[in-house]
Design a protein around this ligand. Sequence first.
Ligand code: B12
Ligand code: SF4
Length: 489
Amino acid sequence: MSDIILFFPKSEETDAVVLPASVLAVAAPLVKSNYRVKIIDQRTDKDWKKTLLKEISNSPLIFGVSALTGEQILNGLEVSKIVKNNSNIPIAWGGVHPSLLPQQTLQNQYIDFVVIGEGEETFLELIESLKSRKAIKDIEGLGYKQNNKIFINPVRNFVDLDKLPEFPYHLIDIEKYIAKKSFASGEPARDIAIYTSRGCPHRCGFCYNKDFNKRKWRGKSPEKVIEEIKKLVKDYQINSFEINDDEFFVDLERAKKICELIIKENLDIEIFTTCRVNYVDNMNDEYLRLLRRAGFRTLAFGVESGSERILDLIHKDITIEQVFNTIKRLKAAGINSKYYFMAGFPTETVEDLYKTTDLIQRMKQLDPQIRIPAWRVFTSYPGTDLYEISIREGWQPPKALEEWAEYNFDTVRMPWVDDKKKKIIKNVIFAINYLEMGGTMGKGLFFKLAKIFGKIIDWRWKKHLFLFIPEKYFVSILLKIKNKALDTG
Ligand code: B12
Ligand code: SF4
């Protein structure tokens, strides 16, 4: 029997199920205050409906849902409807999407409260007020409905990360969230996500940070980070970590101290995280060697575009020179590097797209070992600068929560991505995927054919010939045969 149910809706499928950090974070202070909390993760509980109906039959104080923009809203609404139709339990939504559009979220009939921004303190205060029937009008960071009117209380200050209680891992089946391969090195390992800071001072136009974190970065102290790492190493035999912070390296001194402590404590772990190419300018060789020694095997960088005009538009605040410098410096330090790109930005032309393919080619020439995951297609999210620019360029944002539920890469049509650009983007994504797979394809006839196609794709890369690639169909058939062979073999 639980006092509080926290629901983590299913989102897009990925290979590994990432830790439901949002609901664990919210649950931590509740557990500390002796509330009985039940976490239902729709991704891992195949019987979630049964679990839910059993839990709500015990009349908990509140039902909480976590939601990012997109599929989590779809599933979050389905479950909220079930709760409303079967009980009188109040429903609170929190997470990135409701925080950025609280008014619109509260317009939905199934939602009674919205927790805006960090949820640890606001949600606890809400529960205490509901329990003692105290007024909620003074709870900072809360949105609610009264007599069919929507009220949004003043914002709450950021929480002190060092004072937060540890995640109540006992509320979940942690094995389901431990990947058996290191995200940092690809080697067999026990790998999990951790968080050492929140927010980011930069201003990338596609990122939620501007509104959600007000461009303010807050980091846990190195000692607290090490304490959390040590607990995971000791209790769950974790030896590989994905630091999923918005931006881990904002305070280079703090990052250095964390590395020194990892080495001092002999932790023998591998680490993956993201970084910015301009930060590498401020890391000397000794610093990079320290990162390597502490276990940083791979760093990933957002480059986004090879067009200076687009980099300016999206306020990326990096230079192409810094990209090349990063590739060279990381190679020399023995740290793998990965570079993310996007296509389909507002006002982006076919010439801009080919500037990006040219840049990728030059980067690969500098170090063929670097990884370039497939381009992401730009989609406009609330709370970002490009949201406004997208509207100016003719895009119409969804007008209700239910419409945001359908929002994903397959359904979204950005008006400036015409058929020609769409074809080029799709074909380049195919080519990147193919080339990235080439290195891991194995032996035999398939590998030989892969090499030949690799050469054709290299040639297309040089000549900007991505509008029509007939060999794609042949390669797709080949891949199907190979996968079938793997399935049955
Ligand atoms: C891990 C991660 C993933 C994982 C898992 C996502 C998931 N569904 O859990 C994977 C890899 C699958 C993923 C995928 C995607 N992600 Co992602 N991801 C993240 C990342 C790095 C960490 C999320 C996290 O756990 N944070 C830590 C927790 C503690 O913070 P939190 O979730 O904000 O929770 C706090 C509050 O929001 C609030 N809260 C949250 N839930 C609730 C619930 C209740 C009841 C209450 C009271 C409070 C509350 O309290 C919490 C504690 O303070 C964030 C960036 C970041 N650092 O946050 C991006 C981020 C969430 N992702 C983002 C995006 C865009 C995506 C993708 C669309 C990208 C893609 N495909 O290319 C997909 C699709 C996700 C989807 N829509 O379902 C955006 C979200 C933008 C938006 N408007 O929703 C972010 C913010 C990145 C960014 N810089 O823009 N992602
Ligand atoms: S550096 Fe990363 S976290 Fe910071 S604003 Fe840019 S995309 Fe967002």
